[in-house]
Design a protein around this ligand. Structure first.
Ligand code: F6P
Length: 326
């Protein structure tokens, strides 16, 4: 018979994302509702290795649902990828009697959780906390909606000045390996072109389109580039200026502002639902899964499958960009 989970540890790991606090709050309060003890682990797996773990009460998570960042702080721990690091982490958890874990983070964090759950008898539940939305098996990840809305607001502002000067702007958004912020914010702001790491960038096609648009006096152009695209904003601007003499280009790199700020209603909602579901999983012995939402229903995938698959860019959406920006 499976052991009953009575003491839960919760941590946030990898790049922070708006809504992580709402998820922590949901885990803590659902755990307490079920008479469990809940512990907050600081700085992700690093705090697990260092034993930086504190008991959480209902008031520990008061007044945080609206705050960006994470009260538990976050880190990317290299040590956790060593057997010694994981053993130390396990010993720290067992000292406190922690026998269930909720990990809020991206695919790197799930990879750590998978190995840990295979080596030790502590079940792990993963919640997708990343602005990148690159995890398969969920329609949403905690933080994506806020990040993409931040990008939209910024691009709208850039468009005002682009229009005043008839300029081409290249705007770089976050996404080292993933183009979802670029794709969604680009469509929502009427970008001419969206460049993502998942697709090869066709420079000739970009030049041809810009020249054609100049020819018919379409002078305001916005190109949204994900940071992981093969050409960044800076290189792309150089190429365009070389290839189209007289073309004025400005670049704007949005950077980490996309990671901060108060989470949107959607992010607070999904974080609350997922945090609640994570504790329910531990109660129902649904162990070592990642919790997603698909078609507005909770969706559970074994951790080992979750890390194998990446969410794919929809080809039709790329086509929409082209048609709507003509
Ligand atoms: O994983 C989220 C993310 O914001 C990526 O989009 C970005 O490339 C990366 O994190 C940046 O990481 P860091 O804050 O460590 O520079």
């Amino acid at each position: 018979m499976e052991k009953k989970v009575t003491k839960i540890g919760v941590l946030t790991s990898g790049g922070d994302s708006p809504g992580m606090n709402a998820a922590i709050r949901a885990v803590v309060r659902t755990g307490l509702y079920h008479k469990m003890e809940v512990f907050g682990i600081m700085r992700g797996y690093s705090g697990m290795i260092e034993g930086d773990i504190m008991k959480m009460e209902s008031k520990s998570v008061a007044n945080i649902i609206q705050r960006g960042g994470t009260i538990l702080k976050s880190a990317r721990s290299k040590e956790f990828y060593t057997p010694e690091g994981r053993k130390q982490a396990y010993e720290n958890l067992t000292k406190l009697g922690i026998n269930g874990l909720v990990i809020i983070g991206g695919d790197g964090s799930f990879r750590g959780a998978k190995i840990f759950s295979e080596e030790f008898d502590i079940p792990c539940i993963g919640l997708p906390g990343t602005i990148d939305k690159d995890i398969a098996g969920t329609d949403f990840t905690i933080g994506f909606d806020t990040a993409v809305n931040t990008a939209v607001e910024a691009i709208d502002k850039v468009r005002d000045t682009a229009d005043a000067h008839d300029r081409l702007f290249i705007i770089e958004v976050m996404g080292r390996d993933s183009g979802f912020i670029a794709l969604h914010s680009g469509i929502a702001t009427g970008a001419e072109n969206i460049l993502v790491p998942e697709k090869k960038t066709d420079i000739e096609d970009i030049i041809k389109t810009l020249v054609e648009k100049r020819g018919r006096q379409k002078l305001v152009n916005i190109i949204v580039v994900a940071e992981g695209d093969q050409f960044g904003a800076t290189e792309l601007s150089k190429i365009i200026m070389e290839r189209i003499p007289g073309q004025e280009v400005r670049i704007c790199i949005l950077g980490h502002i996309q990671r901060g700020g108060s989470p949107t209603c959607l992010d607070r909602l999904i974080a609350s639902r997922m945090g609640y579901a994570a504790v329910e999983c531990l109660i129902e012995n649904r162990y070592n899964v990642f919790v997603g939402i698909v078609n507005n229903k909770m969706h559970y995938i074994p951790l080992d499958q979750a890390i194998k698959r990446k969410q794919k860019i929809n080809e039709e959406w790329m086509k929409i960009v082209r048609i709507l920006s003509s």
